[in-house]
Write a protein that binds this ligand. Structure first.
Ligand code: CAA
Length: 381
């Protein structure tokens, strides 16, 4: 087993770190307060190749491995987890699925601009009554000649307002239940397609989340991704990779919490000495560091399996389950170490807690990850 990163991976990590510190960090507090979408940053991320990291150069991507993607996701999320999720959805849930399952038409017309960062993507699976129980899709796509006619509603869609292309899971055959679900690519501006109001969220406030509505929305049949009836498999397969991205996002938050805790404990004095001299603080910091490294090992393992073309769905679920849990714990510990200062906006640790919580919810709640892991272990699937 080799724990060394390659020269290329180290270079990606460094360039993501530099970009995050120079371009993302300075305005992150204002964006969080104002819930402002980081449009300029997303544009630059695209120009640098961070929005199509794993897509082959043939389709406008950077042709990198999943380990490099994890490294970049950690560095970006360490500074602003909102930017992290925007990047993760475009890479893992949109570009990956289109390269893997899209037709040549889809790749030429949609994947290339998405991978180059000229366009932004969104993934529309959740509905008001189909969140964790994702097979219960009510949105329909009825065939009418060369078109599908979509009707229904989607909820909690990341990049919902700002995306250009939406991968919509909809039922093309109600009788076939989840085997009748298909993935259809809908362009912003299509008649009958509209977005709801932007959600006012606890954390990751500068990423935009909204509902989508489809009312007799006509989309050409050539915008079908993969085959009719394969939409649920499409969603599950892309979410496996997405969970690696969210695990990396959570690690970024946890690592930021750890670094903030170390810095503050070496500055803050109490009882005549810096608080880093107290064992209560030292042990907290040790535990945080062990958690961050364990989360990294789990996440790099899942990424390495994916890169090797092996099965990785259980390992991705483990990585997300653990990394999201410790992100919340590390943020809480960082707040505790900061005392009263940790509870106010002056220091960033209160945002880390708000941002961390969502990683236990989206792309499959922690309960769903446990379901996936236990089913794999008990041979239920
Ligand atoms: N990988 C690949 N395939 C999977 C899978 C996985 N992890 N989990 C299930 N499947 C497949 C099964 O093999 C089965 O395939 P076939 O029909 O071809 O045999 C099919 O999916 C149905 O599986 P089950 O019978 O196990 O279905 P279920 O209803 O009992 O459980 C579930 C399915 C795992 C709970 C699934 O519904 C699930 O993952 N739910 C969570 C959904 C989710 O993650 N939503 C996140 C929304 S997107 C988001 O958050 C993005 C964002 O904007 C940030």
């Amino acid at each position: 087993m080799n724990f060394d990163l390659t020269e290329d991976q180290l270079m990606i990590k460094e360039s993501a770190r530099e970009f995050a510190q120079a371009e993302v960090a300075p305005s992150s507090v204002e964006r969080d307060i104002n819930a402002e979408f980081p449009a300029e940053i997303v544009k630059k991320l695209g120009e640098l190749g961070f929005l199509g990291m794993m897509v082959s150069p043939e389709y406008g991507g950077a042709g990198l491995d999943t380990i490099s993607y994890v490294l970049a996701m950690i560095e970006i999320s360490k500074v602003d987890a909102s930017v992290g999720v925007i990047m993760s959805v475009n890479n893992s849930l949109v570009c990956f699925g289109l390269e893997e399952y899209g037709s040549d038409y889809i790749k030429q017309n949609y994947l290339i601009p998405l991978a180059k960062g000229e366009k932004l993507g969104a993934f529309a699976l959740s509905e008001p009554e189909a969140g964790s129980d994702a097979t219960k899709q009510k949105t329909t796509a009825d065939r009418d000649g060369d078109f599908y006619v979509l009707n229904g509603m989607k909820n909690w869609i990341t990049n919902g307002k700002n995306a250009d292309y939406y991968l919509v899971m909809a039922s093309t055959n109600k009788e076939m239940a989840h085997k009748g679900i298909s993935t259809i690519l809908v362009e912003k501006g299509t008649a009958g397609f509209s977005q709801g109001k932007k959600e006012d969220k606890l954390g990751i406030r500068s990423s935009d989340t909204c509902s989508l509505s489809f009312e007799s929305c006509k989309v050409p049949v050539k915008n079908l991704v993969w085959e009719e009836g394969k939409g649920f498999n499409f969603a599950m397969n892309t979410l496996n990779g997405g969970r690696i991205g969210i695990a990396a996002q959570a690690i970024g938050i946890a690592e930021a919490s750890l670094e903030a805790a170390i810095k503050y404990s070496k500055e803050r004095k109490a009882f005549g000495q810096t608080i880093s001299n107290f064992q209560a603080i030292q042990f907290k910091i040790s535990d945080m560091a062990v958690k961050v490294d364990t989360a990294k090992l789990l996440t790099f393992r899942a990424a390495a399996l994916k890169d090797a073309g092996k099965k990785y769905f259980k390992e991705a679920a483990m990585a997300k389950l653990y990394s999201s849990k410790i992100a919340v714990e590390c943020a809480l510990d960082a707040i505790q170490i900061h005392g009263g200062y940790g509870y106010v906006r002056e220091y960033l640790v209160e945002r880390y807690l708000r941002d961390a919580k969502i990683t236990e919810i989206y792309e499959g709640t922690s309960e769903i990850q446990r379901m996936i892991i236990s089913r794999a272990l008990l041979d239920y699937n």
